[in-house]
Design a protein around this ligand. Structure first.
Ligand code: COA
Length: 421
C-alpha cells in the first residue's frame, strides 16, 4: 500500500505548562510532586482553567512499579489532582514515557475524541540507593542479551560514545564542553537540580578551606572537568559530569483543540509536528554512533510540520548522557553526521549561539526523573516561545521549537515541533 504523508486530523494547541522543581526530595512523594507541577500549570493558563473542562489525562511514567512499589498510578494522579472520573492512562516507554504521553495527548485531540487533555510525567527515583536505581534503569535495556553482560546505562552510552569517538575522532573534552554548557544553563533555571560548574568549583574550594583540607587549584571549568578526583570516570569515556543525575520530579502540559485555544490564552503554542519510531536493542543495531529511531521520528515530525531542521530556532534534546546530546543534534539534522561534537565545542549550541540546545539545563543539569523528562522539555519551549524564561531567555525570537525524547538507548524516540504564530 502506498504511504501518504501523516497529518493531524485537526490542530492541537498547548495553552499551559508547569513543573515541580527537579531534584532529590526525601520529604515528597510522586503525588505531591505532581500536585506541585499542576498548580504551576494552573497559574500559567492566562485566562484560567476550570478543571471540569479536562476530559482525559495521560501520565508518562517509567517505573513506579520498581521505584515506588506502586503500579496503576494514572488514576491515583487523577485523584490527587481532583480530576476523577476522567479517563486516566499511564504511558510507559522508559525515558521517553513523557514524550510518548504527549504524543498520545496530541493524537487524542487530533482524532476529535477529546478537546482538552492534561499530559503529565512523573518519576520518584532518588529514595533508593544508586546501585538499586542502576539495576532498575538497566531493566530498560535488553535483559536477556545486554544487562546480563554487565551493561548499565552509563555503560551502554559509554559504548556509543566510544564508537562515536572511533568513527569521527571526537574527544572526551568535546563531551565535557556539552556538560559545562548545560550546567551553565541550569544555573539560570530555578527548577534545575544542579547549578554551574564554576559555582560548584567555588563551593568545593570553600568546603575544603572550612575543613582544613588541601584546597583545589583548578584554573577553569575544563581543568575541573579533567580532574579525575572532581569528575571521576563512571564508564569511560563518560565521567560523572557526562551523566544525568538520579532525580525526582513531575511536569504537566495542557493541550486543547486549536479552535478553542483562545478561550485559554491569546498566545497559544501550536503543535504542528509529531513523530515517533522504534528500533532494535542496542546490540542488534547497525550503528552505535547514531540513533535511527530519532532520525525517523524527526523526519516524520518535520514532514508533518512542513519545516526543515534549519527552521528550528531552539531544541530541548534528550541529553541523558553528553554523547546523547551530540548524537541528537546530528540525528535531527541540525549538524552533519560527525560534526555534532565539534559544533558543541565551538559554541554553536550555547544559549546565545546559532542553535541553542537545552536552554533549560537539559537532563544533565535540570535533572532526569525519567517519566517526567519529556514533559519537562515542553515546559521549557513553552516558556522560551512566550518569552517567559527569565534570565535564560534566548536573545532571539522563537517561532519554531522542537523537543526530542529518547527511551533507553533509542528503542523509542518521540519528536515534537511547536509553532508560535
Ligand atoms: N552529575 C553531577 N553531579 C552529580 C551527579 C551527576 N549525574 N550525580 C551525583 N552528583 C553529585 C552529588 O550531588 C554529590 O555531590 P556532593 O558531594 O557535592 O554533595 C556527588 O556527586 C556524589 O553523589 P552520589 O549520589 O553519591 O553519586 P553516585 O556516585 O551515587 O551517582 C551516578 C552518580 C552518575 C552513578 C548517577 O547519577 C547515575 O547513575 N546517573 C545516570 C542515571 C541514568 O542512567 N539515567 C537514565 C539515563 S537513560
Amino acid at each position: 500500500m502506498p504511504t501518504r504523508k501523516r497529518k493531524l486530523g485537526r490542530g492541537v494547541a498547548l495553552v499551559g505548562a508547569g513543573m515541580s522543581k527537579f531534584g532529590a526530595f526525601k520529604d515528597k512523594n510522586s503525588r505531591e510532586l505532581m500536585v506541585e507541577a499542576y498548580q504551576e500549570l494552573q497559574k500559567n493558563v492566562d485566562k484560567g482553567l476550570n478543571p471540569k473542562d479536562i476530559q482525559a489525562l495521560y501520565e508518562g511514567n517509567g517505573s513506579s512499579d520498581l521505584f515506588e512499589n506502586q503500579i496503576h498510578t494514572a488514576p491515583i494522579m487523577a485523584s490527587w489532582l481532583g480530576l476523577v472520573p476522567i479517563a486516566a492512562t499511564r504511558v510507559e516507554d522508559a525515558c521517553a514515557s513523557g514524550g510518548v504521553a504527549l504524543r498520545q495527548g496530541v493524537i487524542a485531540i487530533a482524532s476529535g475524541l477529546y478537546d482538552v487533555v492534561l499530559v503529565t510525567g512523573v518519576e520518584k527515583m532518588a529514595d533508593l540507593p544508586t546501585d538499586k536505581v542502576t539495576d532498575i534503569l538497566a531493566a530498560a535495556s535488553d535483559v536477556v542479551y545486554e544487562a546480563p553482560a554487565g551493561f548499565t546505562f552509563p555503560g551502554l552510552y559509554a559504548a556509543m560514545a566510544t564508537a562515536y569517538m572511533a568513527k569521527y575522532g571526537a574527544t572526551p573534552e568535546d563531551f565535557m564542553r556539552v556538560g559545562i554548557k548545560n550546567h551553565s544553563n541550569g544555573a539560570l533555571n530555578p527548577k534545575a537540580q544542579f547549578g554551574s560548574i564554576s559555582d560548584l568549583m567555588k563551593s568545593r574550594v570553600a568546603r575544603a578551606k572550612e575543613k582544613g583540607q588541601p584546597v583545589p587549584t583548578w584554573k577553569d571549568e575544563m581543568d575541573f572537568m579533567r580532574d579525575p578526583a572532581a569528575n571521576p570516570v563512571v564508564a569511560w569515556p563518560m565521567r560523572l559530569f557526562d551523566c544525568s543525575p538520579i532525580s525526582d520530579g513531575a511536569a504537566c502540559a495542557l493541550l486543547v483543540a486549536e479552535d478553542i485555544a483562545r478561550n485559554f490564552t491569546d498566545e497559544p503554542i501550536h503543535i504542528i509536528g509529531s513523530g515517533q519510531a522504534s528500533d532494535h536493542a542496542l546490540h542488534e543495531r547497525a550503528s552505535l554512533s547514531s540513533v535511527y529511531a530519532a532520525q525517523l521520528a524527526g523526519r516524520e515530525a518535520y514532514e508533518m510540520a512542513g519545516v526543515k531542521p534549519a527552521d528550528i530556532r531552539i531544541a530541548e534534546v534528550h541529553d541523558c548522557f553528553t554523547i546523547a546530546e551530540v548524537m541528537a543534534t546530528e540525528d535531527l539534522g541540525f549538524f552533519a553526521p560527525g560534526k555534532g561534537a565539534a559544533c558543541a565545542s565551538e559554541g554553536y549550541t550555547k544559549r546565545d549561539g546559532p542553535k541553542p540546545i537545552n536552554t533549560s539545563g537539559g537532563l544533565k543539569s535540570k535533572g532526569h526523573p525519567v517519566g517526567a523528562s519529556g514533559v519537562g522539555q515542553v515546559v521549557e519551549v513553552w516558556s522560551q516561545m512566550r518569552k517567559k524564561a527569565g534570565p535564560r531567555q534566548v536573545p532571539v525570537d522563537v517561532p519554531l521549537a522542537l523537543t526530542h525524547n529518547v527511551g533507553a538507548t533509542g528503542g523509542t524516540c518521540a519528536v515534537h515541533i511547536f509553532e508560535r504564530r
